[in-house]
Every structure is written in C-alpha cells, then in structure tokens.
Design a protein around this ligand. Structure first.
Ligand code: SF4
Length: 385
C-alpha cells in the first residue's frame, strides 16, 4: 500500500522550503539572516520506513484496532499525527497489552521491542507489523552471536532506552548469554579497571545494578566480552569505548590471547554517523553565531547532535518551532546537558544577536522536514520584524 499512503505522508511531513534550501546549497538567506542547514539531517531511512509502515497498516486493516507498543520514534509531532490517524499507543494510560487478541494489529517501532514482548504479542495471536530498523537488527545479530559463542555483550547505550532494552534481551536468548550496559567513558573505565585488576565484586554489582543480566558475575562474565552499541550514541564515544575495552583485555590476557577474549564489530548506524559527520563539517566550514538542533528531548541521536554543537557554539536544542517564543526569547534544552539528563528545559533571552547572523540548523533522525521548514519560516519572521 506504499503508493496509497505516499500522498498522505508527503502532505504531513514534506516541506517545500526545505527542498528549496537543499537545492540552494543548503543555505537560506533573508535580510540579515543566513541559515546554514547541515547536509544530512532529519528522517533517517529507518524512521522513514517505520512511519510509512504505520500509515500503511492503518489503511490495510481498516476495521481493526491498530496499536503501537509505544512511541514509534522519539518525536512528539509524529506520534500525535499517528494518534490523530486512529492508532492507539499501548504506553498510554488505560491500554492493556495483555488484553489484545487475534483481531488486533500491533506495530513494533523502529528501535524494536524485547524478545519477551515480541513472544507475548505473538502468543496472543496479534498481527504484528514489525518496523524494526535493519541497523538495529544488525546489532542484534552480533549480540546473538556473542551469546552463542560464550561472550558477554558490553552494550554502549542508555539502559532505559527501548532499543538498548531490546538489544540486551537478545543476549538472553541463549542459556549463557550475558550483557552489561555502559552509558559513557566513565562507566567503561570502571569496568575496564575491574577487568585489569579485579576489585570489590559486591560494589561492582551495586554500581551496575539494573545494567547487567540476571545473575551477572563480573569475575566470570568479563573474561570474554564483545562490544555493541545503541545505534544512536555518539560515534566517537562508541569507538573510544571499544578501544578502552580492547586495551583492558589486552593487558589482562595478553596480545596473543586477545582474539579469544575480545570481539568488536562496527554496529554504529550509518544514518546517525552521517548526521554527526555533517554537523561536524558544518561547524568546521561556517562561522556560526549559534546552532539550532531540532528534535524530541528524549531522542538520543538529537541530544548527541546538540552535544557535538554545544562544544563549539551556543546551541539550543528545541523540540519544535513553538519553542522559538520570540526574537528575544527561546525555550530549549541546553545543548551542553548530558544526554542522560532528560528533557530539562530553560528559557533564554537575547538569544538572537543583533546585526547579521549566521544560524546553523540540523535535526535529529526522527524530525520530519515540515518541522524543520517551520523553524526556518519562524526565524525569517523574527528578522523581518
Ligand atoms: S537512527 Fe539508525 S538505527 Fe535508528 S531507525 Fe534511524 S537508521 Fe535505523
């Protein structure tokens, strides 16, 4: 039903102004304002496909209840549109996954669901529309292989993020499957120290409570490890963490035995990588007064884009155009806030400097073009006042 929903999708999420900016070498000019758009931004292939499948599912099963397990992607605008289209969210108050049956259709999101949730919905006879992204499936494949071969998966990710929960659950498909989730370099350093020289086992387990598989024993389960990651983490950090573990395992077991104790595969999603690379290039090529990063506050890849920008220029992570309150006031999530800090918001005054201004603009992988286009239009209205 791809063609049947193409018009609906284009009307909902495309933007003529974004198309024009793209055609104009990713530059928009109006009076004293120049907007420089990153060369890769917005909807990635996985999100594009997931949203497409959701609209197709609604059409394909007109007389049946259609549910999402939760947010299909981390963008409030897209989720609201799906609600408007009649799709219900099992994460909403009053909805019960355990009461679904063979007449119900359930859409699984781009970041996947846990093995347990999948089994439960299948056993209830629901029709499943699986939009799990191929890049996420690639991570799962590696985690499953680690488990089959007796390696513990070390997952660089956010332990409460749906994708990381789903990825970790893949390790438990095999009896000896184990996992440990590390959020950042600091947590990785603690684990690496334990690998090198051991330590207080109980303190270790207390520190990583909730981030390890049931029955995890660091003395046993850190002897053979394989690295994986949530696909939307900072690429540079994921690679650095992989190297930290490689070094620790080399010191612990020696170079000759490294291959039997350590595995790593590149499981960084190419769309995340391209968006991060594009924003790094933009910051290097253009003198910018500020950066606007558009996307949900719970969107991991958007928060990471904001972190990259905040290290270079004043950065405002905004959820939608309504956050641009006026030419003087902006409501935003500080770009420098750690991604784990959640959706904290601040209001700043005097954010748009006087005189000629160069604004850098990018958007996370779950932000549709119409939202990016509205941000450009709003900026234009501020400088023409
Ligand atoms: S960010 Fe990457 S892994 Fe996630 S849906 Fe998009 S393409 Fe897939």
């Amino acid at each position: 039903m791809k063609e049947a929903v193409a018009g609906e999708l284009a009307a909902a999420y495309d933007s003529a102004i974004v198309d024009r900016v793209r055609a104009n070498d990713f530059r928009f000019e109006a009076g004293r304002l120049t907007v420089h758009l990153a060369r890769e931004f917005g909807f990635c292939y996985g999100v594009d496909r997931a949203v497409d499948y959701a609209y197709q599912a609604r059409r394909r099963f007109p007389g049946r209840r259609v549910f999402l397990t939760g947010e299909i992607i981390h963008n409030p605008h897209v989720n609201e549109r799906l609600r408007d289209a009649g799709i219900r969210f099992l994460s909403d108050a009053g909805e019960r996954a355990d009461l679904l049956g063979a007449d119900d259709v359930v859409i699984l999101p781009a970041f996947g669901v846990t093995v347990g949730d999948m089994a439960q919905l299948s056993s209830q006879g629901c029709t499943l529309v699986d939009t799990t992204c191929g890049s996420v499936l690639n991570v799962w494949k590696n985690v499953v292989r680690y488990a089959q071969e007796g390696f513990t998966s070390i997952i660089h990710g956010k332990v409460k993020h749906e994708e990381t929960r789903a990825t970790a659950s893949q390790a438990l498909k095999y009896p000896n499957g184990r996992y440990l989730v590390v959020l950042d370099r600091d947590e990785a350093a603690i684990v690496c120290s334990y690998i090198r020289s051991g330590g207080d086992r109980d303190a270790f387990l207390a520190r990583f409570a909730g981030s390890v598989s049931p029955g995890f024993d660091p003395d046993r389960d850190l002897a053979r490890i394989g690295c994986a990651n949530q696909t939307t983490m900072l690429m540079a950090e994921s690679l650095a963490i992989g190297e930290m573990f490689r070094d620790a395992m080399r010191e612990r077991h020696g170079e000759a035995a490294l291959a039997t104790h350590f595995r790593a595969f590149d499981t960084i999603c190419s769309a995340t990588q391209e968006r991060q690379d594009a924003v790094i290039a933009l910051l290097a090529e253009q003198p910018l007064d500020l950066m606007l990063v558009v996307g949900g506050y719970n969107s991991s890849n958007t928060c990471n884009l904001a972190c990259i920008c905040a290290a270079k220029v004043p950065t405002y992570h905004i959820a939608n155009p309504e956050c641009l309150l006026s030419a003087d006031e902006i409501r935003y999530r500080p770009g420098s806030a750690p991604c784990s800090a959640g959706g904290i918001q601040e209001v700043a005054r005097g954010w748009l400097p006087p005189g000629r201004i160069a604004v850098g603009l990018t958007a996370g992988a779950s932000t549709p073009n119409n939202i990016v286009g509205e941000v450009i239009r709003k900026l234009e209205s501020f400088v023409s006042l």
